[in-house]
Design a protein around this ligand. Structure first.
Ligand code: PMP
Length: 284
């Protein structure tokens, strides 16, 4: 079955789906996106993704491409046309096509692209045994809270992780604190059992998975502190993990050359992972 994309008003096979060469997404990375998990043919945490999409759009003073009801219909139609039951749906909105000029065009219409593909759950060996992360200097811009398609820092970081044989790279700011991963949020559990993740500010993306896990932590009554943590503190932690739409809750067992605790996934991480998968299946 050929994959079908929605591009600016049309459902087309990928080979024919294209945007204009002067689309501002292509020339300036002037656009935003969302990746939403599909479980059992339904969207996980759709509401929160829509809220974040609108926030990203409004921070960039970009018009929504269509009303929310229509957008939700398009998302479902792309999922349906691709026969996706478990996987992701990707949506991208740019400021549209216009003669190249940095300032906003007066009359461009936003470009909406939606694709969807099936995917297997995250690598089960990594889930069972935990993954490794490397730490790298934070080189991204000061508005990482906006889910923009300008992802060069993230791309370079993920490539360094691949080359080091690691699953993810954690960015480290000028104070020595971890901001987030290249496509995931970062967490630790301290020796005395407190779950720690950086509070949302301009330095990180407010992950939808992060919010869902925070809900679960509150529900289960675990101790939580939303504050920065350093690489040193992470290396001394009892547990570490990362969260994202595609990785769900993934244990981290190695940070650079240091094993986290005894090098095995932590028990609280495992509880949160199972609880999160339950949440994803239930809310979808
Ligand atoms: N941080 C960054 C930089 C990301 O790209 C992502 C994935 N979109 C996340 C965190 C996790 O966000 P979510 O849980 O919404 O997938």
């Amino acid at each position: 079955m050929s994959r079908i994309a929605y591009v600016a008003g049309h459902y087309l096979p990928h080979a024919q789906a294209a945007v204009h060469i002067e689309d501002r997404g292509f020339q300036f990375a002037d656009g935003v996106y969302e990746v939403i998990a599909v479980v059992g043919g339904r969207l996980v945490d759709e509401e929160r993704h829509m809220v974040r999409l609108h926030r990203s759009l409004s921070e960039l003073r970009m018009a929504p491409p269509m009303g929310d009801t229509a957008l939700r219909v398009v998302l479902r139609e792309v999922i349906r046309r691709n026969g996706v039951v478990n996987g992701i749906v990707y949506l991208q909105v740019t400021r549209g096509a216009a003669p190249r000029d940095h300032a906003f065009p007066k009359s461009a219409r936003p470009t909406l692209v939606v694709t969807s593909r099936g995917s297997k759950p995250p690598n089960q060996r990594l889930v069972r045994e935990g993954c490794s992360v490397i730490t790298i200097p934070e080189i991204r811009w000061a508005r990482c809270d906006i889910k923009s398609v300008a992802l060069l820092g993230n791309v370079l970081g993920k490539q360094l992780a691949r080359e080091a044989g690691a699953y993810e790279a954690w960015f480290v700011d000028h104070d020595g604190n971890v901001t987030e991963g290249t496509s995931t949020n970062a967490w630790i559990v301290t020796a005395d059992g407190e779950v720690v993740t950086r509070k949302t500010d301009n330095a990180i993306l407010s992950g939808v998975t992060r919010l869902a896990v925070l809900d679960l932590i509150h529900r289960e009554g675990y101790r939580l502190s939303e504050r920065p943590f350093s690489v040193d503190e992470a290396k001394r932690a009892r547990e570490a993990f990362l969260t994202s739409t595609t990785a769900a809750v993934m244990p981290v067992v190695r940070i650079d050359d240091a094993a986290v605790a005894n090098g095995n996934p932590g028990s609280l991480t495992e509880k949160l992972r199972v609880a999160y998968l339950g949440h994803a299946a239930a809310t979808a």
